[in-house]
Design a binder for this molecule. Structure first.
Ligand code: 13P
Length: 287
């Protein structure tokens, strides 16, 4: 059964580790992530962007697929199905479809409007036992066509949103989605420290987990980050492994063209990436 992120993140924040959110794109992605979480006895959050939601034929299709896998693969670790960077309307659609967690990304609204919409969703999610992530300070890079500049969140605004009763809070600290440019300044730990001081026990979320050096990840966790989002890194691993299979001409040998064979190296590459991240984040054996 899907669970909200509330308990897993409260434990992670108290235990000074982070739970990974891995974004899914299809059946192979979902299966690879769930099997790895089960093998490592780690809690896990499956992230779905609105674009990926459309690609996978809608939120109801995704809920059906994930619930089916939890049962058929005998998954016993805590799993949350979470809308990533949701719009106001998207949150309601996912709540209705059976997601166990949503992110309302109101970071592009004026703070008053972000507060009003977040407040409304806090009440709806509380009523249904779902977790809610809010965002302050846009995360840089491109996410479904929306480009942010990688700004640092205002700690007072973070406190204002945290006090509304959200489950977890994403705050920009110089992080960006996708690959980091060569001249990236790194994470702003001063900002993170100030946010954690103002928001206390609130689990903080680090977006843009791809390509952040291990020492920065560990420091971020020590300063209150309890959820780390990873998307691009699984995509890079999947496509590199698939490229290798095709370039080696394996699809031309015997029944190598069978999609189950073509996609297998990519699935293994996602599993390896997820394993590496769970070990780095410290969530292994925390289920
Ligand atoms: P990356 O694609 O940089 O790993 O970011 C993922 C993310 O933050 C999803 O919200």
């Amino acid at each position: 059964m899907l669970v909200s992120t509330k308990e897993m993140l409260t434990k992670a924040k108290a235990g000074k580790y982070a739970v990974g959110q891995f974004n899914i794109n299809n059946l192979e992605w979902t299966k690879a992530i769930l099997l790895t979480a089960e093998e490592l006895k780690s809690p896990v959050i499956l992230g779905v962007s609105e674009g990926a939601g459309k690609y996978m034929c809608g939120y109801k299709t995704i809920v059906g697929m994930v619930n089916g896998m939890l049962e058929e693969l005998n998954i016993t670790v805590p799993v949350a199905l979470h809308l990533d960077h949701g719009s106001y309307e998207g949150c309601y659609k996912c709540i209705e479809a059976g997601f166990s967690s949503v992110m309302f990304d109101g970071s592009h609204y004026p703070i008053e409007e972000n507060v009003a919409k977040t407040k409304e969703l806090v009440a709806v999610c509380a009523d249904k036992g779902l977790s809610l992530e809010a965002e302050v300070g846009a995360i840089g890079g491109e996410e479904d066509g929306v480009v942010g500049a990688g700004e640092c969140a205002d700690p007072d605004e973070c406190k204002m949103i945290a006090d509304l009763g959200v489950t977890m809070l994403a705050a920009g600290i110089g992080n960006i989605h996708g690959k980091y440019p060569a001249n990236w300044q790194g994470l702003s730990f001063d900002t993170l420290d100030a946010i954690q001081q103002k928001t206390g026990d609130m689990p903080l979320v680090l977006h843009g987990g791809t390509g952040i050096p291990s020492d920065m990840i560990k420091k971020a966790i020590s300063l209150g980050v309890a959820k780390i989002n990873v998307n691009t890194e699984c995509q890079l691993a999947f496509s590199a492994a698939t490229r290798k299979y095709i370039e080696a001409g394996k699809d031309l040998e015997g029944k190598g063209f069978d999609p189950r064979k073509v996609l297998a190296p990519g699935v293994e590459a996602i599993k390896a990436t997820v394993k590496e991240k769970m070990e780095l984040f410290g969530s292994v054996n925390k289920a």
